[in-house]
Design a protein around this ligand. Structure first.
Ligand code: HEM
Ligand code: CU
Length: 563
């Protein structure tokens, strides 16, 4: 009897340690990733403000810093550096927490990956600073940057592969030791995210290594522009969706715990992850709806595939609001909407990701408009699109990431979230929300009036139509200014929590399943099968169009420097 008690005592203690403790060596890895992420947010945000003010006609950039240079840096710093580094820092923390600490081999790989990425980023940044790579983050040929820019990008990809390999080794090791068990839920998300990262970056690696680098070095004369754009978007579209999947993991797993509730169906959560992994990469063509040289049937297939990923998103929306309603009612909320009042609105760890989720509703609706051929004709390459991805990325993803920081950083550093910091976080959340809503709605609107994206200030030789955009641009400038205030507060909050917050213990908040939840079927763990299916779906979507573009290739294009 005594031993039984002792045993359960021990597991309790173990459980407590598991929930609270953090391996300091592993924490260092995540802290490094997050530090780089938030320095990038600061610089990227500053550049965003320059863009907003320039387009409002309020800021003339100095001759040594041109608009497209700034825009390239803004896109790269925020989409490629900030989002990726938060994702990696967060999931490596989750793997360490879920799977009993990182293996020392995996820890070493995480550092090698880190430094590979850092060297890559430096190599990307140097030509951008020298105005030798103002090709924007999409680096579409035939615009050509200095070869060093592409070598840097290749290293960034290699860094990702090393990190993904580390995650796979960690997970495989755990599975070997825990046969017949489900991978803990956040690690399941991590598995999906790293599989997608490898899938997505394979395309851009082929693009950079086999098409662009030899061409930019002058070894070959021409480049197949269509093939490179197609490879880019198989990557670019997936990358953005990976950041979204990362945010989704916090919605399913973390937020229920923060509001004191339980997770929604474990089976459904895993099915959503698997569905997103299998179907994601094929959405790429929806960025090329207006591109010539792609047959209607292929475009139609991709519209279908794009809408197909809308489906798991709708399941997510349903699941989240179901969790909120049950939780609010359990706390005594009455009537149709009374449960809403019971949610912890004063807790930044909830408020910020909640607004993020709410923003995804109009953001997703705009996305459905854009993925429709006829509607995209109206908004393509206008400011509408910029408004769209500031809602999806700048709100839905980024605000979730911000919300995560208020527990993840104290957890990693052995500190606590103080009342004062929570209050500052709420203020930050409100400023960011107002700024992004003002900026994004105005961008959508002025886009409908025809204002193009990726264009520095011009009055188009006194055109009356262009003059009509100017008041909107002023409003965008106001939104951008508020956002920079938000950036400054957020970066301050992150580094304050990292180095100065009071010492203490902060848990890694992973919600439990409902007591009466049905058992999740083991087939959800068949990652080999999911990867094969992913490859099949990708092949179905890409083999024919790519073959067609290669076999019936137009003459290749020489490199151009348009700036
Ligand atoms: C201080 C906050 C921000 C401001 C003021 C801002 C402002 C802007 C503006 C005005 C543009 C349009 C430039 C043009 O098309 O001519 C732009 C583009 C863009 N922004 Fe932001 N932004 C901010 C934050 C973010 C965040 C957090 C993300 C993503 C994580 C993001 C991602 C992008 C991307 C991908 C582009 C497109 C770049 C391109 O066309 O090459 N921005 N931003
Ligand atoms: Cu996309």
């Amino acid at each position: 009897m005594a031993t039984v008690l002792n045993n359960s005592d021990l597991t309790l203690k173990e459980k407590a340690k598991k929930a609270l403790g953090v391996n300091p060596e592993d924490a260092k890895i995540s802290k490094s990733y997050l530090s780089v992420a938030f320095i990038s947010l600061f610089l990227g945000g500053l550049f965003g403000l320059f863009q907003g003010l320039n387009r409002a006609g309020l800021l003339e950039l100095p001759s040594w810093l041109n608009y497209y240079q700034v825009l390239t840096a803004h896109g790269l710093l925020l989409v490629v550096v900030f989002s990726a580094f938060v994702t990696i820092g967060y999931f490596y923390a989750a793997l360490s927490h879920d799977l009993g600490g990182l293996l020392s081999k995996v820890r070493r790989m995480a550092w090698v990956g880190f430094w590979t990425k850092m060297v890559g980023i430096v190599l990307v940044v140097i030509p951008v600073l020298m105005n030798e790579a103002s090709v924007m983050y999409t680096f579409y040929p035939p615009m050509a940057a200095h070869p060093v820019f592409y070598i840097g990008l290749a290293l960034v990809v290699v860094g990702i592969w090393i990190l993904a390999a580390g995650a796979f080794i960690q997970i495989a090791n755990w599975r070997k030791k825990n046969k017949g068990q489900h991978l803990p839920i956040l690690s399941f998300f991590a598995m999906g995210v790293f599989v997608l990262l490898v899938g997505a970056t394979s395309f851009v690696a082929v693009e950079v290594l086999f098409l662009i680098l030899p061409w930019s070095l002058g070894w070959v004369d021409g480049i197949n522009v269509m093939v490179s754009r197609t490879l880019f978007w198989a990557f670019g579209h997936t990358a953005v969706n990976i950041w979204y999947l990362t945010a989704t993991s916090a919605w399913y797993v973390i937020i229920p715990k923060i509001i004191g509730g339980k997770r929604f169906s474990d089976t459904l959560t895993r099915v959503v992850v698997v569905a997103l992994v299998i179907m994601n990469i094929t959405g790429g063509f929806h960025h090329q709806i207006i591109d010539p040289g792609i047959g209607l049937s292929v475009k139609f297939l991709h519209v279908f595939m794009s809408l197909a990923i809308g489906f798991p998103s709708l399941m997510t929306a349903y699941a989240m609001f179901s969790v909120f309603e049950r939780n609010g009612r359990a706390k005594g909320g009455k009537g149709a909407l009374g449960w809403l009042k019971k949610l912890p609105w004063g807790d930044v760890r909830f408020l910020s990701p909640f607004i993020a989720m709410a923003a995804f509703i109009p953001a997703g609706a705009g996305g459905i408009a854009q993925t429709t051929n006829q509607l995209d004709q109206v908004v393509h390459n206008t400011m509408w699109v910029v408004g769209h991805f500031h809602l999806t990325l700048g709100m839905a993803v980024v605000m979730t990431f911000f919300g995560i920081m208020y527990w993840l950083i104290p957890h990693l550093t052995g500190r606590v979230l103080t009342k004062g910091m929570n209050r500052l976080g709420i203020i930050q959340t409100i400023i960011w929300t107002i700024g992004m809503v003002i900026m994004a709605i105005t961008m959508h609107w002025v886009g409908l009036l025809g204002s193009p994206r990726r264009t520095s200030f011009t009055d188009y030789f006194g055109s009356a139509q262009a003059a009509g955009w100017e008041p909107f641009m002023m409003v965008i400038g106001i939104g951008a200014t508020l956002l920079l205030v938000g950036v400054v507060i957020q970066v301050y909050a992150v580094f304050n929590m990292m180095f100065f917050a009071p010492k203490g213990v902060t848990e890694f908040p992973v919600a439990e399943e409902e007591e009466n939840a049905s058992k999740t079927p083991m087939w959800t763990e068949r990652w080999g099968l999911w990867i094969v299916l992913m490859v099949l779906v990708v092949a179905m979507a890409y083999v024919l169009p790519l073959t067609d573009m290669i076999v019936n290739a137009p003459p290749g294009s020489p490199p151009f420097k348009t700036w």
